[in-house]
Design a protein. Structure first.
Length: 505
């Protein structure tokens, strides 16, 4: 009996071992498949990374081509303005030539009149001498040759008329040739493919603050100063001009010396004042547009349903806040944006644009109220959106992480510098071949100059293109002034709150 039990146990153990071997084989097969799958996944990851790199490279090339196309478009626009000026000048020259032609025709008429008069006198004399005999007739016929007929009119006077008419004709021909040569020289000076001229203007714009010219009527005031049409004291006392103090200082200290540089290089100023001021304003608007581009990224990312000027204006109000809608640099940006994106056919004046925006305030508030009511109605069924009050409750590290995620929503690639030794930067951001260093300040009190100094140092350390400071608070007056001098962009509580609400992050 015992033997049977032992045999049974052996049999059971053998069966278990057999099953175990089978399980081990299956496990090995599964492990082999897993290893193979990992290799395949790794290979797929490599391919995906390669594709991403290729896509990034293509994106960079596309952005480069788009930028190049914009530059060419801008150059063509300037060329068109120059061509229009040339056409106007040609018309003026044609008018002068027509005046000279009318003078010539007038003198020709006088000459023909004198000729007809001499013929009549000859006929009268022939009639008079007909009854005086053949001798007298022969004498008269002999003496009344062409020269003697001219003498009857007055040789000196007739000679003067002919000489004057010939001199006018020669003068007109000479002036016409000289004007053509001069026009070609002037056109060559301004065109020369416009490389030297454009380079000089571009360098001037890059070196100096020129956004003041964006103010309404500032260009008219500058034009008056260049032409010397108005006395400064009269202009400065006029309520029709805004920003007059900046314009006068800008003209005396910067633009007038720049015009002397152009003169020294044989560029003509007289007669081209309008073109020069127009070029200055256009380039100033484009510079302002480039400087504020990163602050209005949501405008560039508008979904297709936002396809009207009103939609863009509402989004603009949402981004800058009602208290900042009249800020001149923001208005200048919006004017160029609407033109660049094809919402309007020309760059709207800032005063006219501000008037349009003010008219949309009521409509904007109504839409905001409706949106808020709809949110309250669905709060119980949906996740609550983050507000600026929620940001106040975050720790410093959580605030940095949130900002990094927020910037990703705006199309940036971001890296956190992680704690101590960050060299003045909490976040590194990258977009369109530009590097940004960002200080994140979650403060209860105002942010002072130290934050600006730190981020400026970080900009130098990391070799960045731009420096930003973002806070849930506000800035001291000293911090704002230092930021202005160091070209550091500041995001305060209002700007951050507006951006969060706009993106609904």
């Amino acid at each position: 009996m015992r033997r049977k039990l032992v045999l049974k146990k052996i049999k059971d153990i053998t069966k278990i071992l057999t099953q175990r071997e089978e399980v081990e084989k299956e496990l090995k097969a599964i492990i082999s498949k897993v290893v193979k799958a990992k290799k395949n996944l790794k290979s797929i990851d490599l391919k995906v990374n390669k594709q991403n790199q290729e896509l990034n490279s293509i994106s960079i090339k596309i952005e480069s081509k788009v930028a190049q196309l914009k530059r060419v478009t801008e150059e063509l626009h300037i060329k068109e303005q120059l061509l229009q000026n040339c056409v106007l000048e040609v018309k003026e020259k044609n008018i002068e030539i027509q005046k000279y032609n009318s003078i010539i025709e007038e003198k020709k008429g006088e000459l023909m009149k004198q000729t007809r008069l001499s013929r009549k006198q000859k006929e009268k004399m022939q009639v008079y001498f007909e009854g005086q005999g053949q001798v007298e007739t022969d004498f008269v016929s002999k003496e009344l040759n062409s020269n003697n007929i001219i003498n009857l009119v007055g040789e000196e006077k007739l000679t003067q008329i002919k000489f004057f008419a010939e001199a006018i004709r020669k003068l007109v021909n000479k002036r016409g040739k000289e004007e053509k040569v001069q026009h070609r020289l002037e056109e060559k000076q301004y065109r020369k493919e416009d490389r030297e001229f454009n380079e000089l203007f571009k360098n001037f714009i890059d070196l100096h603050y020129v956004s003041g010219i964006i103010h309404s009527n500032s260009d008219e005031l500058l034009l008056a100063l260049i032409k010397g049409e108005e006395r400064k004291d009269r202009i400065s006392g006029s309520f029709h001009y805004q920003n007059w103090n900046w314009v006068i200082t800008f003209y005396e200290e910067l633009f007038d010396p720049f015009l002397h540089v152009l003169k020294s290089k044989n560029y003509k100023i007289n007669g081209y004042e309008d073109y020069l001021v127009l070029t200055l304003k256009e380039l100033a608007l484009l510079k302002n547009f480039s400087e504020h581009r990163d602050e209005f990224i949501p405008l560039f990312n508008l979904s297709p349903e936002y396809n009207s000027t009103v939609d863009v204006i509402h989004k603009y109000i949402s981004l800058v806040g009602e208290s900042n809608i009249n800020q001149i640099t923001y208005l200048g940006f919006l004017a160029v944006f609407l033109k660049e994106k094809g919402f309007i056919n020309y760059i709207q004046g800032t005063t006219e644009l501000y008037t349009i925006i003010k008219k949309e305030i009521k409509s904007f508030r109504a839409i905001q109220l409706e949106t808020s009511l709809n949110k309250n109605r669905t709060t119980a069924h949906t996740q609550k959106n983050i507000t600026i009050e929620d940001i106040d409750l975050l720790s410093g590290e959580e605030f940095e992480q949130y900002l990094a995620d927020l910037l990703k929503c705006l199309g940036f690639r971001t890296e956190l510098t992680k704690g101590s030794g960050d060299q003045g930067a909490d976040i590194l951001a990258f977009k369109q071949n530009k590097k940004y260093v960002i200080q994140a300040k979650r403060y209860k009190s105002t942010v002072g100059t130290a934050a600006i100094q730190e981020v400026v140092a970080g900009k130098a350390f990391y070799g960045a293109d731009e420096s930003w400071v973002i806070t849930n608070s506000t800035y001291t007056k000293g911090a704002v002034e230092l930021a202005s001098k160091t070209n550091t962009k500041l995001w305060d509580r209002e700007k951050l709150s507006n951006l969060i609400e706009t993106l609904m992050v």
